[in-house]
Design a protein around this ligand. Structure first.
Ligand code: PMP
Length: 428
């Protein structure tokens, strides 16, 4: 802790909260954030030389674990030739071709530098394409810090958003309607009231930024039908869910076809990359082909593109979804055994994503059904697991990530640590 604590003290004087992204502060679990210095496969090592089994994986990109040899080699190869030119490069063509080949819903793709940027550009495109201004999002879904999506629901249906961050003009928030997830009749009612005004409905492929709120196929299919009937675009934000599902993408998991898909995290292999893609007739509205402007100095830079390409190539060639399912089942079986006699603590998993929920017998499907009082138990558990060498994301609302560098034996150490936590009364 010593070195991390000293670094954090200095960081706090230099950067707001000492961090460059808020949840890194350990604000909701207490204590000092750990400064990581090395990654190797399934493990990270902090500034004090302590190693942890890493269930955060840089918040999702590292589906192959840290420093996967082919990814590292691809990055080193590019860097040895120069790392940015501001011209087209072959690496972006290679990654685009792979994305278009593998993703049924993507005819054309545009690369940007973050998930936020990709979402922002997607909504501009949806608005430019439809000529409409309003969008609908769901409470509990996070789509990056795009102004018009930093809104929360008021009560009732078709609520016009109020900003959940200072600095978002009320006029921006006004264009965003918000609905609870998993409310079919509410959704139908909303479309009656304002479906024809909506440029887009944006939903996280599988909502996983506020717990893991797995939707039913019935609900998502109905959402698709309503969008089609009202000429509004269905946008799947798969920044987090993409390449994390047994079926690769969440839209395949539900069996629906979105009009536009937002990508990030895994497609950059740990480099700063976002992307959006979808139907050709829509994507042709993006500049320079069309009138929806969007650009970027470092977009499609060869280092990020090479890391993403090497990651996706290995992902498909080594059949990551199948391996993850084996690992996931192993974890799930072991954890459920430990939690069988712990009332009020549940475990839900889909593909390589998992989450602990509190106070319910069934995993919640909407933000309103999350029992927030579990946060105090999670804070204790988080600290306990750190001491056991397990690095979980520092919030009860964040999911855990599995990667293929993990082994069954690694997961057994996690299960054993959880059993020890139970024995020591962490869940009481
Ligand atoms: N959309 C989703 C679903 C996300 O999970 C995230 C990041 N967690 C974003 C958008 C924003 O991505 P970024 O942090 O790269 O801007």
């Amino acid at each position: 802790m010593q070195h991390s604590e000293a670094l954090f003290k200095q960081a706090e004087t230099l950067m707001p909260g000492g961090v460059n992204s808020p949840v890194r502060t350990f604000g909701s679990v207490g204590g000092t954030p750990l400064f990581m210095e090395r990654g190797e496969g399934a493990f990270v090592t902090d500034a004090d030389g302590v190693s942890y089994l890493d269930f955060c994986g840089s918040w999702g990109p590292l589906v192959l674990g840290h420093r996967y040899p082919e990814v590292q080699a691809a990055v080193e190869d590019v860097v040895s030739r120069g790392w940015t030119f501001g011209t087209p490069v072959k690496e972006e063509v290679a990654l685009a071709a792979l994305v278009v080949e593998k993703l049924r819903c993507v005819d054309m793709v545009r690369f940007v530098n973050s998930g936020t940027e990709a979402v922002m550009s997607t909504l501009r495109l949806a608005r430019g394409f439809t000529g409409r201004d309003h969008v609908l999002k769901f409470s509990g879904c996070y789509h990056g810090h795009v102004d018009c999506l930093l809104v929360e629901a008021g009560s009732g249906l078709a609520t016009f958003g109020t900003a959940s961050s200072a600095g978002v003009p009320a006029d921006f928030a006004r264009l965003t309607a918000t609905m609870p997830l998993d409310d079919l009749s509410g959704l139908e009612q909303l479309f009656v009231e304002m479906g024809d005004k909506l440029a887009a409905v944006i939903i996280e492929g599988v909502p996983a930024n506020n717990g893991l709120l797995i939707q039913t196929s019935e609900y998502v299919t109905k959402l698709r039908e309503l969008c089609t009937a009202h000429g509004c675009l269905l946008v799947f934000d798969e920044v987090l869910s993409g390449f994390r599902m047994p079926e690769v993408m969440a839209y395949e998991h539900y069996g629906v076809t979105p009009d536009l898909v937002v990508l990030g995290k895994v497609i950059g292999g740990g480099m700063p990359v976002g992307a959006y893609g979808g139907r050709r007739d829509i994507m042709q509205h993006v500049s320079p082909l069309g009138s929806v402007y969007q650009a970027g100095t470092l977009s499609g830079n060869p280092v990020a593109m090479a890391a993403g390409y090497a990651t996706l190539k290995a992902y498909f060639e080594t059949d990551v979804p199948t391996r993850i399912e084996v690992l996931g089942n192993h974890l799930e079986t072991g954890v459920n055994k430990v939690l069988a006699d712990v009332p009020g603590l549940g475990f839900v998993r889909l593909g390589s994503l998992f989450w602990f929920y509190f106070g319910r017998s069934e995993a919640p499907r909407s933000a309103a059904n999350i029992d927030g009082s579990g946060a105090a138990i999670f804070a204790r558990l988080h600290r306990f697991m750190l001491n056991e060498g397990m690095y979980l994301a520092p919030s009860s609302y964040e999911v855990g990530f599995l990667n293929t560098a993990m082994t069954e034996a690694n997961l057994d150490t996690f299960i054993a640590a959880l059993a020890k936590a139970k024995k020591e009364g962490m869940f009481l």
